[in-house]
Every structure is written in C-alpha cells, then in structure tokens.
Design a protein around this ligand. Structure first.
Ligand SMILES: Nc1ncnc2c1ncn2[C@@H]1O[C@H](COP(=O)(O)OP(=O)(O)OP(=O)(O)O)[C@@H](O)[C@H]1O
Ligand SMILES: [Mg+2]
Length: 597
C-alpha cells in the first residue's frame, strides 16, 4: 500500500534534491574555475618571469658591452662609473665587474666593499667558453653574469643582481584579479545551477503531487508531457501507470461487486484454513458478521464431509473438490445443507497458497427431493396397490368370471383394461424414474451376449408391433459380442426405443434393428420411417415428461418418461443414447454400450 507522505516530507525532499543539486553543480563550476585560475596564474607567472629575465639579460649584455674598454685596460674607475650607472637602473640591486681570474674589481660604488669577492671557478668555466649568459635565481633575486671578450680572449665580465619583488607584486595582483573572476564565476554557476535545478525539479514536483493525490485515493491528474527527454518520459510513464492502476482498480471494484452480488457463498482461506475473505451470502446464510468470520477457521464454518476430518482434507490430488455435500454451521447451532466446491489458488509472488470455497444452499433442493420421495411413496402405496386390484377385477370381468357381458359391457371393460394398464405403466415409470434420479435403483451386473438381449426386446415388443401392423428387421454384425450390464434394464432401454419406433411408424412399415461396432462401442441402431422429430423438440427428447408435437399422431401418445428413463439407465451402464432424425423421413436411435470381453 502507499505510504502517506506528509507536506513537510515533500518539502524536505524537494529542498534536499535541490540543495544537493546546487551544491554539486556549484562545486563542479568552482573546481573548474579554480583549475582554470591556477593554470592562468601559472602561465602569467611564467610570462612575467621570462619578461624580467629577458630585460635582465639585455641590460647585462649592454653593460658588459660598455665595459669592454675598461676591462681591456683594467681601468677600474671607468668600470665603476659604468656599473654605477647600471645600479641606477630599475630593479637592479647591485652590479660587480670582475677580471679574467674572477676577482671582483669594483661594485660600482666608491666604497667598493665587495672588491674581495671572487667569481667561482665553476662559474668562470661555464662562461669562459662562450659569450653565454649565466642566469641564476635565488629567493627574490636574479643574478645575470655576462663575460666580456676581446677577440677570443676573455677579459673578465660583469654580474648584475636584479630584484624580483615587482614580480611577486604582479603575481599577487594577478591572483586577486583571478580570484575575483573565480568568485563571479562561482556565483554565476550557482545561479545557473538553481535555474537548472528548478527546471528539473518542477516536473518532478508535479509527479510528487500527482503521486500523493493518487496515494490518498484522489483521481491522479494527467501530467503534461512537454519534452521528449527523460523528464517527458517520466511524465508519460506516470500517465501510463495511473491509467493501468485505474483499470485495475475498476476491474477490482467490478470483481468485488460480482462476488458480493453472487448468490453462492464464497469463502477464501489461507493455507491453514483461516478465513481471509467472505462475501455477503456467507454472512446472510450463517447469520454471522464478516468481522466475526474473518480469522475463524473454515473448520468452524463447514462440517467435515463424510469420511474426512475437515473440508480442506477432502481435496483431491489436483487440489480441488467438486460437489461435496456437507453442512454450513450457522449461528444458533443450525446446520444448513450445502454443496461445496473447493479450488486451490497456488502461491503467487508474495502471497501464500489460498483455498477458494464456493458453497450453495441446497436446503431447498433437499426439501424438494423429500417432497418427491413423499409423492413417490404415496404413488406407490395409494395408487399402485389399488390400481393392481382394479386391473385384477377388470381382468376377471374381461375373462367372463362373473358371467357373460353384453357387447357394450365387453367394450367398456376393454377400454377400462387398456386405461388401467396405461396407468400402471405410468406409475411404474414414475417409480423407476425417481429411483434413477436419487441413485437408489439397483443394478445386477452380468456378463452377457448383446444379441440375445436385442432379440428378447424385439420379441417383447412384437405383439405391440403387430397391433400397429409394423414389422421388425434385425441385422447382426456383432455375433457373440458380450457386454456387462443388468440384462433386464438393458432390455427395458431397447424396448422403450423399439416401442417409440413402432408408435411412430405407419401400418406396414418396417423398423430396422442393426447391431454393429462403432467407435470402440457396440451399437444398436433402431430406425423407423416415421415423421421425424421437429428441430424445436430435439433438445428435449430425453427430458422427463417431454412429449413432441407428433404425439397425437394417430392418437399414440405416451407419458414422456420412456426416453428419460432410458438415458438414465444406459448412462448407469456406461453407455450412451443418441439419435439422428429427418423430418418426414424417419428417426434412428443409437444405443451404444461398451463391449466387455
Ligand atoms: N422414433 C421417434 N420418432 C418420432 N418422435 C419420437 C421418437 N421417439 C421419441 N420421440 C419423441 O420423443 C418424445 C419422448 O419419448 P419418450 O419415449 O420419452 O416418451 P413417450 O414415448 O411419449 O412416452 P413413454 O415412452 O413414457 O410412454 C416422444 O413423446 C416423441 O415426441
Ligand atoms: Mg416411449
């Protein structure tokens, strides 16, 4: 679930992001500025130093040139004068002139306090070979030594010391200027960073606001997609996410409403049977509130089906169970009969396995069943027994036991006999049908040959067929084939089909009975040339008490139970019954039964 983010948290987040961004960008810009400044100061230093060096070299060279005569003639006065002039030049700290042995002759002053100094031999060697200058740096000073030659002979040389203080000053001012420029750069950088951050965080803030709205259950606004960059992509992704979320929420709400509306009870439990969800139907059937049911174990809500310790114990290897009859334990100790299906919802990411229990109240159905049973018992005792007595009495009348009846009397007795027979058939059918329905019909299985059963069914119907002037034609393609059935029930099915075929045949018609093998089954196909079954009625042929439009055809109506009973029996025998029909041409019923070797 969403964590509710407070206003101050959003503000901190925003500041944090902005602050970090500004610091980061400013640091980069300042570091960049510092590096640039350092490089530029270094370059400027080098330039100034070279300038000073060049100036020193030039002045020293000029002074050296002016001392050639004085050195050649060892005229110390002239040399002092020249050097004195040199000392007056800008940045010159002192100046000395020395002879070919490196002895200092004069330092340009009258005091000439440095006259005992000596140029080292190494330095002399360095400058004696050529007219090169010797430049040396020492602290804030630069010394330039220049030899003076006359032809190839070195007469001596001059050495001038320059102050580099101006260079340091120049450097300091340069550093100040550069620092100012750096500071301006840093400031501009920060402003740029703030603007940039603002540009980046504005759409982010919009996303934050929209997400907050969403987390608080408000409809999320659609974010404008202004650019095609990452920020635009973020807005687009957010819009897509909210759309999907809306769809999911809508479908979840829809599903919730469906589950709440359904009449069956829905119970979802955790792996240990703890109830995690119930719908309204459970509460109204059990009389217990949802709050009370949640957290209970489903053992306390459903009685364990027969032969099991709990409902969840009755699941098959595939983790499901269908049509379990048990009871829902309602408040006040009442037990409501229910039919239950259980399914296992396998573990998904982050969720443990759950069980989904759907229970339907079958109290009403059981009450109907009970009423039907009561009706059937009543039919059995109150109708069948007196009917048998009535038929017996009429049979006696018909047989002339009570004396000759007149022609009219005989006719009436025959009508009464036919109708009582019909009633007896109906009562028997109702009893059989009920037995089949409730699964109480007994079957005595035997391994028998199929063909004798077909023949017996034909002979049982032949008198009836003769009445209608209809003939049977039997063709046998499965001689010796055996089946495992209750022979009487099998004959009953075939008789039902044969009777129908006869009833819907015209006088002199032939009903063909063909035994063959079909799709691994033994098939008995019974065809008539009757009127066929209308399209509307085809789906109802096997329903109890269903009778088609041709039933008044030649006044041959039945009860409409025959086919329903036949289907019930044949399915119990692991077979099937089906038909093909064409209006005006006839109908073929197929009774298929597994061969039993
Ligand atoms: N061979 C057939 N030709 C035409 N219609 C048929 C044929 N067999 C069955 N039907 C139709 O199917 C209906 C249902 O048949 P079913 O055997 O269940 O009832 P029924 O024969 O009318 O009565 P019952 O067999 O109980 O005496 C019939 O009423 C009839 O409309
Ligand atoms: Mg019938």
């Amino acid at each position: 679930m969403f964590k509710r983010i407070s206003d101050s948290e959003v503000a901190t987040m925003r500041l944090g992001l902005k602050g970090r961004f500004v610091v980061f960008v400013s640091a980069i810009i300042v570091a960049f500025g510092l590096v640039l400044t350092a490089l530029s100061v270094r370059a400027q230093n080098e330039r100034l130093r070279h300038e000073l060096e060049d100036r020193g070299k030039l002045l020293t060279t000029v002074i050296a040139a002016n001392t050639t005569d004085a050195l050649a003639m060892l005229d110390v006065r002239d040399l002092r004068k020249t050097l004195s002039e040199a000392r007056d030049q800008e940045n010159v700290l002192d100046a000395v002139g020395f002879d070919e042995d490196g002895r200092v002759l004069t330092d340009g002053t009258l005091v000439n306090s440095r006259r005992h100094e000596q140029i080292s031999e190494a330095e002399l060697r360095h400058i004696s070979g050529s007219s090169a200058l010797l430049v040396e740096f020492e602290g804030d000073a630069m010394t330039v030594t220049k030899p003076v030659h006359l032809g190839s002979r070195m007469l001596g040389g001059v050495r001038l010391r320059y102050s580099l203080a101006s260079l340091a000053e120049e450097q300091a001012s340069l550093a100040r200027r550069t620092a100012t420029v750096g500071a301006v750069f840093a400031l501009l950088g920060m402003i740029a960073a703030i603007l940039l951050t603002e540009a980046v965080t504005r759409p982010l803030n919009e996303v934050i606001r929209a997400t907050r709205a969403l987390s608080q259950g408000e409809p999320a606004p659609r974010l404008p997609v202004r650019t095609t960059d990452e920020v635009g992509e973020l807005a687009e992704a957010f819009n897509e996410m909210t759309r999907k979320l809306r769809d999911t929420t809508v479908s979840r709400d829809y599903l919730d409403r469906v589950l709440e509306t359904m009449g069956e009870c829905l119970v979802v439990t955790g792996p240990d049977g703890t109830i995690t969800r119930v719908n309204r139907a459970v509460c109204s059937l059990s009389g217990v509130g949802e709050d009370e049911l949640l957290g209970q174990n489903c053992r306390d809500l459903f009685r364990a089906p027969q032969g099991h310790v709990s409902l969840l114990d009755a699941l098959g290897p595939d983790g499901s169970a269908r049509g379990l009859e048990t009871e829902l334990l309602a408040r006040g100790g009442e037990a409501v009969p229910v039919i239950v299906s259980v399914g296992t919802m396998e573990e998904s990411a982050g969720r443990a396995r759950s069980y989904v229990v759907v229970a339907a109240d079958i109290g009403e159905r059981l009450r109907h069943e009970q009423q039907k049973d009561e009706f059937v018992t009543m039919v059995h005792h109150e109708v069948r027994a007196p009917l048998t007595a009535v038929r017996g009495a009429i049979g006696l009348l018909d047989g002339g036991v009570v004396g000759e009846l007149g022609k009219r009397g005989q006719e009436l007795v025959e009508i009464a006999l036919r109708n009582s027979e019909r009633m007896e058939r109906l009562v028997n059918d109702i009893l059989v049908s009920r037995k089949l329905d409730s699964g109480r019909m007994e079957f005595h299985y035997e391994k028998v040959e199929l063909m004798p059963l077909v023949e017996q069914a034909i002979s049982a119907t032949s008198a009836y067929a003769a009445n209608y002037e209809v003939r049977f034609e039997l063709s046998n393609g499965v001689a010796g084939a055996t089946v495992r059935v209750d022979p009487d029930r099998m004959i009953q099915v075939l008789t039902n089909v044969l009777t129908n075929a006869v009833r819907f045949s015209a006088a002199d018609d032939v009903v063909t009975v063909k035994a063959s093998r079909h799709n691994d089954m033994l098939r008995v196909a019974i065809s008539d040339k009757g009127p066929g079954i209308s399209e509307d009625f085809r789906d109802h042929v096997f329903e109890a008490f269903a009778r088609g439009e041709h039933d008044d055809w030649r006044h041959r109506s039945g009860t409409g139970l025959g086919m329903s009973i036949s289907k019930g029996i044949i399915e119990e025998l692991s077979g099937t019954i089906s038909f093909e029909t064409k209006l005006g041409e006839g109908t073929t019923f197929f009774v298929d039964i597994p061969e039993y070797a």
